[in-house]
Design a protein around this ligand. Structure first.
Ligand code: NAI
Ligand code: NAD
Ligand code: ISE
Length: 335
């Protein structure tokens, strides 16, 4: 069966996911598009999905019988309303991170899916599908029980609209999710410290910052978020275990001997760093959607990430103080 997909939000990642479904992956076709900026949806139709219908609103797209499954790739603050509408319509839904911008919002999605009685939602935590993270998780069998993690999430630059809390719910959210999965653990507390801000930042963004998360098993994770690092898009992770240390592999790059130096190019765009894992996550979505369900990262994962994310934002405000992270009971649907 070919799954007929509607995309809500046809900006940077919505356009890229539409291209994947129509030109790279199998089992899906884009039949519907919607964006608050209608011209953006019309442009994706012209370039990628000529047979798709452009809908005035996401709700109309979800209700349409031209749509069996929904991709929510609009701005984070709009995700909750569309995911809830997709669940109400009984249609599988892939939602880009964050599932919702607050834990309460993500909980409403969990409760709606539990009431529906079957999984319908996959959250766009694509790092779980990345070959490097999968290999790192396998390597932990050799390095022994993890004790510490040292990580960094660096972007070359961000727009003026990117503010201090976004470093958590837009950027660190990838680490928050992937470390729960990598360590098979939950968080108990968060602390944030700020070095002096870098010269390239702006008035509404303290950058860089260091987030320390402690897990239920006692692992301490230090992550540097530096979104004006200038030199490239760089994701680093090193796990220190009882018997050894395992590091996330660097992306493949041609090493060159040039001009009396040894050079390794570094990527600059997030779209390139996890390009293969976006393909794998969406292929997984299409496979499950053909059966009327969802697999991969769950609404519960999206909710737990939002709970930790809210605590990290509080920890930013309480600069240097430890903030507790609650660990609610997991519904049986996500066992
Ligand atoms: P963008 O700003 O390029 O695109 C968002 C699009 O959504 C815009 O075209 C905007 O007009 C549209 N939009 C906003 N509100 C809407 C609404 N209510 N209804 C319909 N359309 C609406 O943003 P970008 O970078 O594509 O990010 C979109 C989402 O993807 C965000 O949630 C972001 O966190 C996530 N994202 C995920 C990445 C990943 O690595 N998984 C990477 C980049 C973004
Ligand atoms: P973007 O600004 O390029 O695109 C967002 C689009 O959504 C815009 O076209 C905007 O007009 C549209 N939009 C906004 N509100 C809408 C609404 N209510 N209904 C319909 N359309 C609406 O942003 P982006 O970079 O594509 O990010 C979009 C989402 O993808 C965000 O949630 C972001 O966090 C996520 N994202 C994830 C990754 C990742 O690595 N997984 C990377 C980038 C972005
Ligand atoms: C963006 O939305 C992403 O998801 C990228 O993966 C991340 O590196 C970036 O900081 C976010 O803004």
């Amino acid at each position: 069966m070919t799954v007929r997909i509607g995309v809500i939000g046809t900006g940077a990642i919505g356009r890229d996911h539409a291209r994947r479904i129509n030109q790279v992956l199998s089992g899906g076709t884009i039949t519907a598009l919607s964006d608050v900026n209608r011209a953006s949806a019309e442009a994706v139709k012209a370039d990628i999905a000529p047979d798709a219908t452009v809908f005035a609103t996401g709700e109309e797209l979800i209700a349409s019988d031209q749509v069996n499954a929904v991709l929510v790739t609009s701005w984070g603050a709009t995700h909750e309303q569309y995911v809830l509408a997709a669940i109400a319509a009984g249609k599988p839904c892939f939602c880009e991170k964050p599932l919702a911008t607050t834990a309460e919002g993500a909980r409403r999605i969990v409760d709606a899916e539990v009431a529906h009685g079957k999984r319908l939602v996959q959250v766009g935590f694509m790092r779980r599908y990345d070959e490097g993270y999968v290999a790192l998780k396998a390597a932990l069998a050799q390095t022994g029980a993890p004790i510490m993690v040292h990580a960094a999430h660096r972007n070359p630059t961000v727009p003026e609209a990117y503010t201090t809390p976004m470093a958590i719910h837009d950027t660190l959210i990838h680490e928050i999710d992937v470390f729960r999965w990598l360590l098979d653990d939950d968080y108990v507390s968060a602390r944030v410290t700020f070095p002096r801000s870098c010269a390239r930042t702006h008035a509404k963004l303290r950058d860089p910052q260091i987030v320390t998360l402690t897990t239920a098993k006692g692992v301490v994770i230090n992550t540097e978020i530096f979104v004006n690092c200038h030199y490239g898009y760089d994701i680093q992770c090193e796990v220190v275990g009882e018997d050894g240390v395992a590091s996330l592999p660097e992306p493949m790059a041609i090493r060159m001997r040039l001009n009396a130096s040894l050079q390794n190019p570094i990527l600059t765009d997030w779209k390139d760093r996890f390009v293969a894992s976006y393909d794998v996550e969406l292929q997984d979505f299409l496979k499950a959607a053909a059966l009327g369900t969802a697999s991969g990262p769950t609404s519960w994962d999206g909710y737990m990430a939002a709970v930790a994310s809210d605590a990290c934002v509080q920890a930013q405000e309480a600069e240097g103080e430890s903030v507790a992270i609650p660990c609610p009971d997991r519904p049986a649907l996500y066992a």
